[in-house]
Design a protein around this ligand. Structure first.
Ligand code: TIU
Length: 243
């Protein structure tokens, strides 16, 4: 089954268990006043527009028992996993590790570091704590995806041109078929979001595909109808790791 996408249709795997939903950094730090995004001088409220579409996609994955990966950008309390360059970048009053209205900025387990309640992970769902912008850097994400036989990724979350784009590029280089869900990702800069979507799909999909959530949901429904009619559904192999 295909998702109607740009620059051309995105072919879903026959067995949807090879597909994962990746939700990047939907944490209070980036979506609420008083966090890292705010400290960097951004209007954080505009990111909240994607929450309903993302909730719908998340509910669909959960109801079908498909893999969901949440990520959180954060650092250890002693900041030992924060590079000097990241720590000292910028000219803002509040820096990583400083105490702000939602606790220490971008520090693991502080109130501001929590995923927003509307998208809170379920206890069995994977949460990747990442010190960088890309979700593969210094995390177990690659091993987790390989162990679970994932070949296709739907990329969502914030911000489009920073952590979402970086992760999609990392995933593309690792051989994953990636689609960015355009109404499930947002930026503090609308023009950067638009440019990122265009960059992903330019040159016949040099990094991957883009499509709205409605197109993803429509294809998932059709694929599940097909799978229900095929008794061999459920036999799993991992084309990226056949052994
Ligand atoms: N500042 C900004 O746009 N983003 C980040 O710092 N991290 C993520 O994108 N998650």
């Amino acid at each position: 089954m295909n998702i109607s996408a740009l620059p051309y249709d995105y072919a879903l795997p026959d067995d949807l268990h090879h597909l994962a939903l990746v939700i990047i950094d939907m944490q209070r730090d980036f979506l609420e006043p008083g966090g890292f995004g705010d400290a960097l001088g951004n209007d954080v409220m505009r990111l909240q527009a994607i929450v309903p579409a993302l909730q719908q996609l998340l509910a669909e994955f959960r109801s079908r028992g498909l893999l969901v990966i949440h990520t959180v950008e954060c650092h250890q309390p002693d900041l030992s996993d924060c590079s000097e360059s990241k720590l000292h970048r910028g000219k803002n009053d509040l820096k990583i590790g400083d105490r702000g209205p939602m606790g220490r900025i971008l520090v693991k387990d502080e109130p501001g570091n929590g995923i927003i309640p509307q998208l809170a992970p379920l206890p069995h769902e994977t949460v990747i704590y990442k010190p960088g912008k890309g979700a593969f850097y210094a995390t177990p994400l690659a091993e987790i995806l390989q162990d679970k036989g994932i070949t296709h990724l739907l990329m969502t979350g914030v911000t489009t041109e920073v952590c979402v784009q970086t992760t999609m590029r990392e995933a593309n280089d690792r051989g994953y078929e990636c689609l960015m869900v355009d109404d499930c990702t947002e930026s503090y800069f609308p023009e950067f979001k638009q440019a990122t979507l265009e960059m992903m799909r330019a040159q016949s999909g040099i990094v991957g595909w883009t499509a709205p959530a409605a197109n993803v949901l429509a294809a998932l429904h059709q694929q599940c109808v097909l799978n229900a009619a095929e008794p061999e559904f459920g036999i799993r192999s991992n084309p990226l790791n056949p052994n």
